[in-house]
Write a protein that binds this ligand. Sequence first.
Ligand SMILES: O=P(O)(O)OC[C@H]1O[C@H](O)[C@H](O)[C@@H](O)[C@@H]1O
Length: 462
Amino acid sequence: MSLSLDFTNMMGAALPHGAGITAAQLTDASDAFAKAHAHVHAMQAELGFLTLPVNEALRDATLAVAEQTRGRFDDVLLLGIGGSALGPIALRTALRPPAWNTLSADARGGHPRLHVLDNVDPATIAATLARLDLSRTLVLVISKSGGTVETMAQYLIVREALARAVGEDAARQHLVFITDPEVGALRKIARAEGITTLEVPPNVGGRFSVLSPVGMLPAALIGIDVKALLAGAADVMTRAASADLATNLPGTFAVLQHIADTAHGRSVQVLMPYADPLRDLALWFVQLWAESLGKLRSDGTPVGPTPLPAVGATDQHSQVQLFMEGPLDKTVTFITVKGRERDGMIPTRHADIPELSYLAGHTLGELIDIEQRATAGALAARGRFNATLAIDTVDAFHLGALMQTFALATAYAGVLYEVNAFNQPGVELGKNFAYAMLGRAGSEQARAEWDALPKPDPRYRV
Ligand SMILES: O=P(O)(O)OC[C@H]1O[C@H](O)[C@H](O)[C@@H](O)[C@@H]1O
């Protein structure tokens, strides 16, 4: 088993006064879960992410594009936001940690470095363009819808810079688009100019797209084993074929978090890897959980847990105080990595100083694991729900497995919360107000609504 979830510390038996999830609550939830499971797995046609792990045509098309660019570029600049950036960033952080970028091209196996612009802060974009040699840079423009304002603005700036650096014609050879096969501005440009384009299947939502070309192409370009990534995800799908909670890990995660929220008021759900490479996985999870589950039910009731990213051991010196003594409104899911016990030997020095001497002979791997276990135990001792997801090692297989686990758990949780996990109507109003202020055609109604809003009141300004 490559992935395991220990949820002892979510259960009443492990928490003071039995104030955790009861065995009966878990048993009762198994019927609801069986329905959620049947519902989700019956929707393969609508939920393309379920079959991405075995979509060989898409994988091969992606690997072919990666192969065509081989040797031509030192850097890859990815333009995207939300689901079109968080997955690639999480994969890069996990499997190509920052030091990798400082290696020589040979030591990187000839693979380019990956830079991601996922915002429109002009300072970041200027600084990034200033340090890249655009004549040796491949630009990936990723947008499912093909028209997201931030990504389009980035594209216009970077395309202009590319044209200046290498000329209009050659610029096209430096671009790859990843977008919907039919709709959107990117698709239009690709058709008109013959720009290499990979598709995000129409039935794959942005935040569920990491195992489509959205994550696969940047991963392949920087030498991540895409087949292993998909194999890890496929393994999760095989194990999740059964609706039995005793074997369905994503289902168990979803059910536990749902009960913790709806029956125990634990609505803030922390994901806390004890591993630097997994820091950005927590940020990817935040979008998935928040944008999928935080919304209005059909009867108008607002629901949804609040995901919160943390990292151990770092956050033991920051947020853990809140987790230990703040409101009883949280769950913490740790992610640990097995087999690190012998890594990072701590040398013997200052043997006469007891505050240091006890560390001699231990390793950093031991320290980080012990700290995680200590924190889990401490939280449980104070009635704080927590669970531990353990993986064997940080590699492509386990990243694929973790990501598919959370994606599937999100789909199940959507059914449990009785919301559509695959839309995001709540982000529209702000977007439309921005379009109105930018004068985009068709936003007259948003302009009128914006103009009718109360304006800043000088009485409430300091
Ligand atoms: O990939 P894109 O279509 O550019 O979308 C990027 C992001 O835009 C929207 O704000 C959605 O709420 C996100 O779910 C999506 O990931």
